[in-house]
Design a protein around this ligand. Structure first.
Ligand SMILES: Nc1ncnc2c1ncn2[C@@H]1O[C@H](COP(=O)(O)OP(=O)(O)OP(=O)(O)O)[C@@H](O)[C@H]1O
Length: 211
């Protein structure tokens, strides 16, 4: 699975483009990093890839996932996972039901879903937390559970917008290593927006600076 941005540029209505045309190739399991000053359009670029551009924005160039040009496709047909600063688990569901959420459409058997969720929790170092209320987990545990929920939905690519910026320094290093290792293992391409040069170094993939 690969993600290719080919001369992608975004403008708002008749305004000039937010940044010069951007090209980047992200290989399977690789993490491409987008850096640049505040307001340059980094989050808007992720919106364009995910299919969530606000009304009035126009995207030119090509965004190609696994050989398929994404132009005009709605988000649900793109199957792109998202990871944001705030790892939000549904508060009214147990940890296991949170992870099972994205599986329900694809895996019909309840016990099969449960097995997949328990295995994912083990992999994330969260064995034994399945039936707990998410509010009883630590911030780091919640962040790991949220990432596993996203990966279990088998996205074709992953978008990360400042994924570690709200975590304290120790947790940030741990979560960075955890996230990047799981992306590499999953073999999906990821695109990460960050202000933090250490994130970019850890990602060890292609890096672009907008503007
Ligand atoms: N719905 C909108 N309508 C008009 N302009 C918008 C809209 N959303 C964002 N913008 C503008 O588009 C530009 C890019 O915003 P964006 O959030 O993508 O920047 P960013 O590089 O991610 O910034 P930051 O690093 O501060 O998060 C900004 O100038 C912003 O004001």
């Amino acid at each position: 699975m690969t993600l290719t941005l080919d001369a992608v540029a975004i403008r708002f209505r008749a305004a000039p483009p937010l940044f010069p045309p951007l090209s980047m190739h992200v290989a399977p399991g690789e993490i491409g990093t987008v850096m640049g000053s505040s307001g340059i359009g980094k989050s808007t670029l992720l919106d364009a890839v995910g299919g969530h551009l606000d009304h009035g924005f126009v995207c030119s160039g090509r965004i190609v996932l696994n050989g398929r040009d994404l132009a005009g496709l709605p988000p649900e047909q793109r199957r792109i996972g998202l990871m944001f600063q705030d790892a939000v688990l549904f508060p009214h569901l147990s940890v296991a039901d949170n992870l099972a959420f994205g599986l329900a459409a694809r895996i019909k058997g309840r016990s099969q879903r449960r097995d997949m969720v328990l295995r994912a929790l083990e992999r994330a170092g969260l064995g034994g937390t399945a039936d707990r209320d998410p509010a009883t987990l630590s911030g780091g545990q919640r962040a790991r559970a949220a990432l596993m929920r996203t990966l279990l939905s088998e996205p074709l690519a992953l978008l990360l917008d400042e994924p570690f910026s709200k975590l304290d320094a120790g947790l940030r290093a741990e979560m960075r290593a955890f996230t990047f290792a799981h992306i590499r293992d999953s073999g999906i391409p990821a695109l990460m927006v960050t202000h933090d040069a250490t994130d970019a170094q850890g990602a060890a993939g292609p890096v672009v600076h907008l503007g």
